[in-house]
Design a protein around this ligand. Sequence first.
Ligand SMILES: *Cc1c(COP(=O)(O)O)cnc(C)c1O
Length: 346
Amino acid sequence: MTRPHIPLRLTIDTGAIADNWRWLARTGGGAACGAALKANGYGTGAPQAARALIGAGCRDFFVATWAEADALLPHLGEARLSVLHGVAEEDMAYAAASPARPVLNTAAQVRRWRGTGRPCDVMVDTGMNRLGLSREEIAGGILDGLAVDTLMSHLASADEDVPVTAAQLSAFRELGGHVGAARLSLANSAGICLGADYAFDLTRPGLALYGGIPRREAIGHIRPVVLVEVQVIQRRRVEAGEGVGYNHLFVATRPHELAVLNIGYADGYLRGFSGTGRARIGDVILPVIGRVSMDLTAILVDAAPQLGEGDWVEIDFDLPAASAQSGLSQYELLTNIGARYERRYV
Ligand SMILES: *Cc1c(COP(=O)(O)O)cnc(C)c1O
């Protein structure tokens, strides 16, 4: 049987993932550099990203859940894996037999894990008020006798220039000295950009590995990872006064040539790109017009007279630019990438 043709493709540059990790590792100074692989490696494919990262020298990985750990462990060899959400009661049977470590977040998780006698990581809250034990719980001795590999905390606003980040740093520094953890870890991608003070023993980048720009310091150093290309299904002409697509969000004020592309919000090209997204052929920019629909998106192609049915165009998926176009975060853009693409790893 011949296989069906797929009219949209995603090229993942695993060499760029490795290069991005190397830059993050260098920027973190002497700290070991880990990698967040949760949400299928931010949509890029966790096993493929893991292979590239291991090749570059990464040995510490992070996922959110035990189901993610289960899928990834066969690809990690001797590397270490931590499960950020810790252990719920329902996780215990699996987790106690797994080489991965839970990141304990609550007093109940600590109680649950203590009986296993196995190593763990611990999350302490230094002001984000998301996950983690409080500083008071830790000062009260809740971790006594526990084999803590990595004590970590998470920065709430490292992508901005706000005083709370330095306050989290000093809270973490103060606490770190009192817990007998083998390693301390604070910085995500944005935190690494803040300098060596934030790196401690282990950093935990995610976004920047996959081409996201967490802060201006990363511009010019982080390479794009994801390339999106789609095929033209139909080219057409609209006259002045005619509307295009659902609810005629675009109405032509003069005659236009347009092309309808094989991509829509079901592919993660969400409706925020309606009237703001861009496709391109080389340097020629082809603006998205009208409302993005489930499977289709229209672009103006007056500037591309040769473009016809079956031709491929690139979708502008430069993450900071696409974030500005769509109002979605760089994280949302990556993790929403759909399942209909032909994926190519280069
Ligand atoms: C997701 C996550 C990271 C990675 O953050 P980025 O901003 O993507 O670099 C690091 N640490 C924790 C606890 C996380 O949940």
